[in-house]
Design a protein around this ligand. Structure first.
Ligand code: COD
Ligand code: ATP
Length: 219
């Protein structure tokens, strides 16, 4: 195998994309993917782990009982949502099963994803310390709380109280903004997103290019 600077392995520049429930993480991530970024979405991974006969299902049913499975063998999401957003101990038990598996699957997906830089979509990035250390930059998708509530109510048919119960388990908007390096404002129509994403994509390509010139030990 060749040696020297040219063949020294390089770490890929990575962005952690986060935001409160309904702020527009998936919408924005899809726009980065359309521009060529490699996107790894931990919400999608969580869904596949809990799909019919998903890899986390045996552990979840052991912990919570067979009543939390649908007839197809998937997680009964509405039942689990009702439990974990009214009982923090149950939420921590579910997270203890899912989060390590989500992390492992996300790193595995990242290793084979193609693109000049990586975007990890992580709803609980600020809440869970390890992700902040894993990414080079934090991008928050931001919108007013009232907009979050309205979007999730419209999408999931949930009550305002149910949406606010989920929001209460997440960091506040101010805490998220304080932790972010970059912010996408998603409080208006979709048209306002395009220029913001194009400008961030150009910036991330620049970071990625600079990082690709540094050998791993200098990063
Ligand atoms: C409780 C579950 C079954 C409810 O499923 P549901 O289909 O209603 O929601 P979904 O998984 O699509 O998540 C939607 C949003 O809810 C919020 N949310 C989900 N889990 C959590 C959590 N543990 N704490 C705070 N907010 C959460 C996030 O904003 C997320 O984007 C599900 O959210 C779940 O399995 N959560 C535990 C895994 C997890 O922590 N996922 C989020 C980080 S990857
Ligand atoms: N700028 C916008 N204008 C109108 N609707 C929007 C806008 N951004 C997002 N939405 C809608 O709001 C809802 C939430 O958006 P999205 O799913 O992208 O958010 P999310 O942060 O990924 O949500 P979750 O936290 O629940 O996973 C979706 O129905 C989406 O189509």
């Amino acid at each position: 195998m060749a040696t020297g600077a040219a063949s020294t392995p390089h770490r890929r520049f990575s962005v952690g994309l986060t935001g409160g429930i309904g702020c527009g993480k998936t919408t924005v991530a899809n726009m980065f993917a359309a521009l060529g970024a490699a996107v790894v979405d931990t919400d999608e991974i969580a869904h596949s782990l809990t799909a019919p006969h998903g890899a986390a299902m045996p552990a979840i049913l052991d912990e919570f009982g067979a009543g939390f499975a649908t007839p197809e063998g998937a997680l009964d999401r509405a039942a689990m949502r009702a439990l974990v957003f009214s009982d923090s101990t149950a939420r921590h038990r579910l997270e203890a099963i899912l989060h390590p598996r989500i992390r492992d699957a996300a790193y595995a997906a990242a290793a084979i994803a193609t693109g000049p830089y990586l975007i990890f979509v992580v709803p609980l990035l600020i809440e869970s310390g390890t992700w902040s250390e894993r990414v080079d930059r934090i991008l928050a998708i931001d919108c007013p709380e009232q907009v979050q509530v309205a979007r999730v109510m419209a999408r999931n048919g949930m009550s305002e109280q149910q949406v606010r119960a989920i929001m209460a388990t997440q960091v506040t908007r101010a805490e998220r903004l304080a932790a972010a390096d970059d912010v996408v404002v998603n409080e208006g129509g979709l048209d306002a997103l395009g220029p913001q994403i194009a400008s961030l994509h150009a910036k991330y390509l620049g970071f990625s290019e600079r990082m690709s010139r540094l050998p791993l030990e200098h990063l």
